[in-house]
Design a binder for this molecule. Structure first.
Ligand code: NAD
Length: 359
C-alpha cells in the first residue's frame, strides 16, 4: 500500500521524537512492502520564525491533502510574547479545524513493565489497564454561548451546553468503529440523570447501537466513571463522551498510566485522514539533549496504521516491539527505574526498530 503522510516536526523535542517515529515507519514499510511518502509541513514556532504565521494556508493544504498527519509538538518560551492570534497553539487549532477532526482519542494503557510508575495500587494495575477515551472535540459547553450579565445587583455567568443529534451521531460512530477495532465494548458516558443534552446523547447512542450489533454498548454516569477509572479501570475498552467530560476524564486516565512520554493520541473526523500526536508538549527544558522519550510519538504512528490505514498487523508489530524493548530493561530518563538501562532518544528508536518483525 502507498500512503502519503504529512509530517509536522514542530518545536522543542518535536524534531527528535518525530525522526525516530519516521525511522520506525520506514522499517515497517520495508518489512510489510508498503511505501510511505512524507511531506514536511511547518507549523508552530518554527513556522512563525520562517513564515510569520503558525500555519500558513499552503501548509494546511498539504495536511488536508495527505492520507494522515504525524505531529511532534509545538510551542515554547520564545513565542510566548507574540500576539494571541499568532501563537504556535493557534496553528494547532487551525489545523484541527481545517482537517475537520471532531474526535480526540487517547489510549490509557499501563505497560506491565512500567506498572510501578502508576499511582494506583498494584492489585488494580495487575488486572491490566488498556482502554481508550473517544472525546467529542468541537461541540458542547466549550463551544456554546458564554456570557456574563448583571442580575439583581450581582454578576451572573452562563455557559451553554448544546448538542445536536447529528453532532452526537458522528462522534458515536467513531466510538463504535473504534470498539470494533478493539475488544468490541463501548461505554457511553453522560449525565442523563440531570442534563437534557445527556439524555439526547444516550438516546442517539442506543439508536446507533442497532447498527453495530457486534459491539456491546453500556451507559455510565460521568461521576461514576471518574470513580471507576481509579477503582476498576480494567473494566473499560472504549469510552465515548462529550467534550468537557472527555477533557477531564482523559487527563485523569493519563495520570493513572504514570508517564506522559508514553501516551499517543489521534484526532479523527469524517474521513480516514487523522491527526496523530503524543499527548505531551514540546518539552523545551530537554530539547536538543537526546534524552526525550520518543515512544508516545512512535505509538502515535502505530495508531495511524491501525485507525487510518487499516493496518492492524503493522500496528501490533510496533506495539510488540516497544513492549520487547521495555522487557529488556531499556528506559529513557523519564521512565527510568532501578536496575534498568538508561538510553537516549535515538538509541530508544534504534532498539525498537531492532525488535520489529513480521509475525
Ligand atoms: P510538556 O508536556 O512539554 O512538558 C511537561 C514535562 O514533561 C517537562 O518536564 C518535560 O520535560 C516532560 N516531558 C514531556 N514530554 C516528554 C518526553 N517525550 N520525554 C521526556 N520528558 C517529557 O508541557 P509544558 O512544559 O507545559 O509545555 C511546553 C510547551 O509545549 C508549551 O509551549 C506548551 O504550550 C506546549 N504544548 C504543546 C502541545 C502540543 O503541541 N500538542 C501540548 C501541550 C503543550
Amino acid at each position: 500500500m502507498t500512503k502519503n503522510i504529512a509530517v509536522i516536526r514542530g518545536d522543542g523535542i518535536g524534531p527528535e521524537i518525530v525522526e525516530q517515529a519516521l525511522k520506525v515507519l520506514n522499517k515497517v514499510a520495508e518489512i510489510y512492502g508498503h511505501t510511505f511518502n512524507y511531506t514536511d509541513v511547518d507549523m508552530g514556532g518554527c513556522a512563525i520564525d520562517k513564515w510569520g504565521n503558525p500555519l500558513p494556508e499552503e501548509m494546511l493544504k498539504k495536511c488536508v491533502e495527505s492520507d494522515s498527519v504525524l505531529l511532534g509538538a509545538v510551542g515554547g518560551e520564545k513565542w510566548n510574547s507574540v500576539p494571541g492570534d499568532m501563537r504556535p497553539e493557534k496553528g494547532l487549532l487551525r489545523l484541527r479545524a481545517g482537517m475537520g477532526v471532531y474526535s480526540n482519542n487517547r489510549p490509557a494503557k499501563i505497560w506491565k513493565q512500567l506498572a510501578d510508575a502508576s499511582p494506583l495500587k498494584k492489585e488494580i494495575v495487575d488486572k491490566g489497564i488498556d482502554f481508550i477515551i473517544v472525546r467529542e472535540l468541537i461541540g458542547g459547553i466549550y463551544f456554546g454561548e458564554h456570557k456574563t450579565d448583571e442580575e439583581n445587583g450581582e454578576k451572573k455567568a452562563v455557559d451553554v451546553l448544546a448538542y445536536t443529534e447529528s453532532e452526537i451521531e458522528r462522534i458515536g460512530r467513531i466510538g463504535f468503529e473504534t470498539a470494533r477495532k478493539r475488544n468490541k465494548r463501548l461505554c457511553s458516558v453522560e449525565k442523563s440523570n440531570v442534563l437534557d443534552s445527556s439524555r439526547l446523547w444516550k438516546a442517539v447512542m442506543h439508536r446507533l447501537a442497532e447498527e453495530y450489533p457486534d459491539v456491546e454498548l453500556s451507559d455510565m454516569l460521568v461521576d461514576n466513571c471518574a470513580m471507576q477509572i481509579v477503582k476498576n479501570p480494567a473494566q473499560f475498552d472504549v469510552i465515548v463522551t462529550e467534550n468537557m467530560f472527555g477533557d477531564i476524564l482523559s487527563d485523569e486516565a493519563s495520570m493513572i498510566t504514570g508517564s506522559i512520554g508514553m501516551i499517543p493520541s489521534s484526532s479523527l473526523g469524517a474521513s480516514s485522514c487523522g491527526l496523530y500526536e503524543p499527548i505531551h508538549g514540546s518539552a523545551p527544558d530537554i530539547a536538543g539533549m537526546d534524552i526525550a522519550n520518543p515512544i508516545g510519538t512512535i505509538l502515535s504512528a502505530a495508531m495511524m496504521l491501525r485507525y487510518s490505514f487499516d493496518m492492524p498487523e503493522e500496528a501490533d508489530a510496533i506495539e510488540n516491539a516497544v513492549s520487547a524493548v521495555l522487557d529488556d530493561g531499556f528506559r529513557t530518563a523519564d521512565i527510568m527505574s532501578d536496575g534498568c538501562k538508561k538510553v537516549g532518544c535515538c538509541e530508544m528508536g534504534k532498539l525498537i526498530i531492532s525488535k520489529l518483525e513480521r509475525k
